[in-house]
Design a protein around this ligand. Structure first.
Ligand SMILES: *[C@@H]1O[C@H](CO)[C@@H](O)[C@H](O)[C@H]1NC(C)=O
Length: 454
């Protein structure tokens, strides 16, 4: 019986695979590279200056936040004998909220971030915030511009631990990075839009224009989570500008890749051994996805509704953001009160929550999920391979895992692939050294690749 089912599934997979492979390749869609996302319509004489900026957790924001945390209502106790299986453990949450209100040092945390030079500039009508760190100059080193892109529910803050490593000379390397870490539109200190359709493709255009504004027409990109979607579209749309792409959530979303995922499940020997612990059996993987993706569905469909409570209650916002930060750092700790959160530095986690709270940007951030489906340009672009050299970094608890033979559907020039048997989704917070080391090694591989191309 099993054999018959396998055969049918295989034949179906091959048929679908052929259909996808031999249909006409899609052409890049026509896209407006200067689309206006600001309020109203574009007017003459737009400000294109780059202004210095400082993070400020000011006294009135802190006093108001503490007041709200103190006046919170009683939380429902976790069920007897459960920890984080039903979501955020409220006993654990209380200890975190008490720490946030009483011990988290707002001023010190802001000052830590202000050790980096911050800037804002307006691109296509949106005021965008970014960190821009030039390396300590050493004439012998080649300086590589690197744009770093975060995801949900993060901001450029996520890279605070890796920027100092990337911008300092490293033994054994004659390269060093000039880092631009940006808050995506609607995240952190970057302005959100009031117009429909700001999806990852449109963000890719905005990010390219930002790099042009800063003065780079050829640069490297790094991304995970939504940042990796944006980066992937940048590599597809602007291969002439992107010298290499380092990704800690490497995915090919081409239809053929899903077929191959299925084939790998039926013929285990076709795929790599790591896949067998990380995505196979698919039944186990899908039940994990079902268990953890409720937030995704609600954000993709009703972001404004869930956003009301999250904008109004710091306890609610903290619980909502931390539950996912926890699980994505280690998906096997729901039987612990912290649910996985203890893998991260609590101050880092609270920085993320505080930045989201202070900027009241949870709705503009969640809307990215709602904007990321139903636009044909996304599907078309996802199915077009890119020649840009790519390096994949795969930590153990990353939420998706693809073997290299699938990643190559989208990135035929996969020049490097690193599998690490620990760590998780928020790699720059969780394992900054491994993360930064891999970017150095990847950049060398990109340079090698371009040498060979010539
Ligand atoms: C303090 O910060 C909040 C949130 O970032 C902001 O809305 C408010 O205008 C600031 N207040 C002052 C007095 O700067």
């Amino acid at each position: 019986m099993k054999l018959i089912i396998s055969t049918i599934v295989l034949l179906a997979a091959i048929y679908i695979g052929y259909k996808f492979m031999f249909r006409k390749p899609s052409k890049l869609p026509e896209l407006d590279l200067q689309k206006w996302w600001g309020a109203g319509v574009r007017t003459e004489g737009q400000d294109d200056s780059i202004r210095p900026f400082k993070i400020d957790f000011n006294d009135s924001m802190i006093a108001d936040l503490r007041q709200r945390l103190k006046n919170r209502r009683r939380f429902t106790k976790p069920l007897e004998g459960t920890q984080a299986q039903y979501g955020m453990n409220t006993d654990y949450l209380e200890t975190i909220l008490n720490y946030w209100a009483n011990d988290y040092n707002f001023k010190e945390r802001a000052e830590l971030l202000n050790a980096f030079p911050h800037f804002k500039t307006k691109i296509q009508g949106l005021d965008l915030h970014f960190i821009h760190v030039k390396p300590k100059v050493d004439d012998n080193k080649k300086v590589l511009p690197l744009l770093m892109l975060h995801g949900w529910p993060s901001s450029s803050k996520e890279f605070a631990k890796v920027i100092p490593i990337l911008t300092a000379p490293k033994r054994g390397y004659d390269i060093v990075f000039e880092v631009i870490a940006v808050d995506l539109p609607g995240y952190g200190y970057s302005e959100g839009t009031n117009k429909k359709g700001l999806n990852p493709v449109q963000m890719a255009i905005i990010m390219r224009n930002l790099m042009f504004r800063i003065g780079f027409t050829k640069f490297y990109i790094q991304g995970g989570d939504w940042g990796s979607q944006v980066a992937t579209h940048m590599a597809t749309l602007f291969p002439e500008n992107i010298l290499g792409y380092h990704c800690n959530m490497p995915v090919s979303s081409r239809p053929i890749s899903y077929v191959k995922l299925l084939i790998g499940s039926l013929f285990p020997r076709l795929t790599d051994p790591v896949a067998h612990s990380r995505v196979y059996p698919l039944k186990k993987y899908f039940s994990y996805i079902m268990r953890e993706s409720g937030y995704f569905h609600i954000q993709a469909t009703k972001p404004d509704t869930v956003g009301v409570g999250l904008t109004d209650s710091p306890s609610g916002l903290a619980a909502y953001l931390m539950e996912k930060m926890a699980m994505c750092s280690n998906s096997e700790q729901l039987d612990k009160p912290h649910g996985g959160l203890a893998n991260l530095d609590l101050n880092d986690v609270l920085d993320t929550v505080t930045i989201m709270w202070a900027n009241e940007c949870v709705v503009t951030a969640t809307r990215l999920y709602a904007e990321s489906f139903f636009y044909p340009e996304i599907n078309i672009l996802q199915d077009i391979p890119t020649e840009v050299p790519m390096a994949a970094l795969k930590f153990l608890y990353e939420v998706v895992y693809q073997p290299d033979w699938i990643i190559r559907d989208k990135f035929p020039n996969l020049v490097r692939s690193t599998v690490i048997d620990y760590g998780g989704h928020f790699a720059a917070l969780h394992t900054p050294k491994e993360f930064a080391d891999d970017i150095f090694a990847a950049a060398e591989a990109f340079i090698e690749f371009h040498k060979k191309e010539k």
